[in-house]
Ligand binder design. Structure first.
Ligand code: AMP
Ligand code: GLY
Length: 424
């Protein structure tokens, strides 16, 4: 069996490594891939992955049996619809179902219809509506661009003045092409990422994970794509996970089916766990990055079988995703300037030594004159497993210390919370 992975980050590298463990021994291709994925899959760097037709052409040319789409943009652009229409099986939602991530207002409206707990909100369509609602809002309040914004479309505003300024930026710059802005109640608590595989009808949860969004220790500084993760999460065992899936994922999947836009693929709920229970912050329609790097190494079931089963209505009936009882900690090594910018071309040393101690997945790397160099904001991920959170965490930091490049940024507090909770 031949599988094509679309994407070139740490998430796609983790997916490639998990697919390599499949008993089907699939032949793996990845477009565009990166300097590390090339050890696990044949990379196709020249396909324009921003163009759905180019993805379809590559898949057909290489006769692939399954395409696994990593990032959101091709999903929202209809990659799965185009592939399936061309007779190429694809893992992921249709463009219509991907609107759960592609449009915050669609997701909010659907959650309301499905009675899924989430922050209250109003939709602001212009400056006038913004001025009116922002004068009455309580602060802090949250403003969100309606469309895809690569993690940069959320602004937490402490005052009306800040909110007016943020709304003005959204409306005048239309940075993310948005025509509307969502004003949302601020939720307090701790975040949890719970991903589940869906076949249009059934929901199979994966292990929960926690992601560290801010660039600096202690959750300080601006938001990033994610600076680290760990899995599982203390306090969220099988019973708690079932409860969340029952109140969030299953009602969403049922409502989507009722509307004739069944959800196939992986539904990622970003949750805030507060005093009144879990509430949804956002949905993503793909694997999380860097959650996937911590979750998939613990998966004992065959990822390939599970991905294939999501395509058929009812295909996941009776399936479960089995996880080991080990802990995984993933550290993100970012380049100088991230998240505002990124430094490219810095030589990376020590990957081989680190890989003897832990799993190293590549995110923004490239090869230059036989050396691996930085090529993006998030450069590498180091994932270690252990019998306790402390063991996994110590191993991950030990391995990461072997790696160096100019301006390397790494948070020092990833999974410290889990270590504390499990010890106490
Ligand atoms: P999103 O792109 O919707 O995931 O939002 C990015 C991040 O912004 C989330 O992971 C939270 O840290 C934060 N956030 C989003 N919505 C809210 C909210 N209603 N209350 C508090 N924080 C939020
Ligand atoms: N870790 C956040 C995301 O994948 O969107």
């Amino acid at each position: 069996m031949r599988v094509l992975i679309v994407g070139g980050g740490g998430r796609e590298h983790a997916i490639a490594k998990a697919l390599r463990r499949s008993p089907h021994s699939p032949e793996l291709l990845c477009t565009p891939g990166n300097a590390g994925i090339s050890a696990d899959a044949e990379c196709l760097p020249d396909v324009d992955t921003g163009n759905v037709e180019a993805i379809v052409a590559a898949a057909r040319e290489r006769g692939v049996d399954l395409v696994v789409v990593g990032p959101e943009a091709p999903l929202v652009a209809g990659a799965v619809d185009a592939l399936e229409a061309a007779g190429v099986p694809a893992f992921g939602p249709s463009a219509a179902a991907a609107e759960l991530e592609g449009s915050k207002s669609f997701a909010k409206e659907l959650m309301k219809a499905a009675e899924v707990p989430t922050a209250s909100h109003v939709l602001l369509r212009d400056h006038e509506e913004a001025a009116e609602h922002l004068a009455q809002a309580s602060y802090p309040a949250v403003l969100k661009a309606d469309g895809l914004a690569a993690g940069k479309g959320v602004i937490i505003c402490q005052s009306e003045a800040e909110a007016l300024e943020a709304a003005a930026v959204f409306f005048t710059e239309r940075r993310f092409g948005e025509t509307a802005v969502v004003l949302e109640e601020f939720l307090d608590g701790e975040e949890l990422s719970l991903l589940a595989l869906c076949d249009g009808e059934n929901v199979v949860p994966l292990a929960p994970a926690q992601d560290y969004k801010r660039i600096f220790d202690g959750d300080a500084g601006p938001n990033t794509g994610g600076m680290g993760s760990y899995s599982p999460v203390p306090g969220f065992g099988a019973a708690e996970v079932e409860e969340i899936v029952d109140s969030v994922h299953r009602p969403v999947v049922a409502e989507m089916a009722r509307r004739g836009i069944p959800f196939h693929g992986v539904l990622y709920a970003g949750l805030m766990i507060g005093s009144s229970g879990p509430k949804v912050l956002e949905f993503n329609v793909r694997f999380g990055d860097p959650e996937t790097q911590a979750v998939l190494p613990r998966l004992r079931s065959d990822l390939l079988d599970l991905c294939l089963a999501t395509r058929e209505p009812g295909g996941l009936a009776g399936s479960q995703a089995e996880f080991g009882d080990d802990w995984a900690v993933t550290l993100v090594l970012a380049s100088a300037g991230y998240p505002e910018s990124s430094s490219k071309g810095d030589v990376i040393r020590g990957i081989g030594e680190a890989a003897e101690l832990a799993e190293v997945t590549h995110a923004g790397t490239a090869e230059r004159d036989g050396e691996v160099v930085t090529a993006g904001g998030r450069v590498l991920n180091v994932t270690a497993l252990g019998g306790t959170p402390a063991e996994a965490r110590d191993r991950a930091y030990d391995a990461a210390q072997r790696i160096s490049f100019d301006g390397m940024q790494i948070r020092t507090d990833i999974a410290a919370r889990a270590v504390e909770r499990v010890a106490s």
